[in-house]
Write a protein that binds this ligand. Structure first.
Ligand SMILES: Nc1ncnc2c1ncn2[C@@H]1O[C@H](COP(=O)(O)OP(=O)(O)OP(=O)(O)O)[C@@H](O)[C@H]1O
Length: 272
């Protein structure tokens, strides 16, 4: 895919410290419209921290981030960005499904005003997309882990974002619903959305991935085609430690070559 437009998300030389320790070290990346970038790496490699930093939720120590061409510090159009956090990091037990999905519309209207017809329609459509329209009045605590994950995805979709950032959206979701999610994301990509997705297991999302960025110890060790196996991922690491620069894609390429046939657990591969 030829990409000529400016990136919707750009990070240059981003470093982050938490608790006095370096967590992200000199990370640069781009995400363009209509592109899916997978963020991979072992446990603790910095994926969630990077996502949170890119969205202004964790402060930078060094570097710059731009969203839709605007410096993060000045960016205000958050309704253009949908975020699906890691489910395990939030506690929404008593909230109703409809409230959570509806909160995805908050960026679209002035404070204290009730939802408009368009807000309600967007929330309803988002729940239909993830197959949970009949659970709108249920409390989150009465849903399974996979259903809760789909509610969080619906919340992000309800914003009708131009950039969707998902942190492990397939964790705890069965294969059938991972495939539904893949179909939904494919349609959103066709409409020009950009997607940045943290993944442990690639699974049904593999054909959507244009480019994979692999982190290790807070550094980018690969930026290019989706590694076909954990072993290949390990090779990238060895190359980097052999004194070469990490691989950087000249431009993203959608789905070239045979992708990962089955689930690829990068945790074990990257850590071993
Ligand atoms: N608030 C914090 N204070 C100190 N260290 C932190 C803090 N948050 C995260 N870390 C550390 O930063 C590193 C990266 O964590 P992060 O959650 O970004 O990794 P990850 O790649 O998303 O891991 P996982 O796959 O397990 O979700 C870890 O070593 C973690 O312990």
């Amino acid at each position: 895919m030829e990409l000529t437009s400016d990136p919707v998300l750009r990070a240059d030389d981003v470093s982050v410290e938490l608790g006095g320790l370096p967590i992200l070290r000199g990370i640069s990346l781009t995400v363009h419209s209509g592109e899916t970038v997978a963020l991979l790496g072992g446990n603790g490699s910095g994926k969630s921290t990077l996502v949170r930093t890119l969205l202004g939720l964790t402060p930078l120590r060094r570097g710059t981030i731009t969203l839709f061409g605007t410096d993060l510090d000045d960016f205000k159009r958050w309704s253009r960005v949908g975020y699906v956090p890691q489910r395990s990091t939030i506690n929404l037990t008593r909230a109703k499904v409809s409230e959570i999905v509806g909160s995805g519309r908050l960026g679209h209207r002035p404070p204290f005003l009730p939802p408009t017809r368009d807000d309600r329609q967007a929330a309803k459509e988002a729940l239909e997309v993830v197959g949970l329209a009949d659970r709108a009045s249920a409390e989150m605590q009465h849903l399974s882990g996979g259903q809760q994950q789909r509610v969080l995805i619906a919340r992000a979709l309800a914003t009708r974002p131009d950039l969707l950032v998902l942190d492990e959206p397939t964790a705890g979701v069965d294969l059938e619903h991972q495939q539904i999610l893949a179909d939904v994301l494919a349609e959103l990509l066709r409409r020009g959305m950009a997607i940045l997705v943290v993944l442990h297991e690639i699974g049904p999302l593999a054909p959507l991935v244009d480019r994979a960025i692999v982190l290790r110890e807070g550094r980018v060790v690969h930026d290019g085609e989706l590694p076909r196996s954990a072993a290949e991922l390990h090779d990238h690491h060895r190359t980097q430690h052999g004194g070469h620069e990490h691989e950087t894609a000249d431009g993203p390429q959608r789905g070239s070559g045979p992708h990962v046939a089955g689930p690829l657990d990068l945790r074990s591969g990257a850590e071993s």
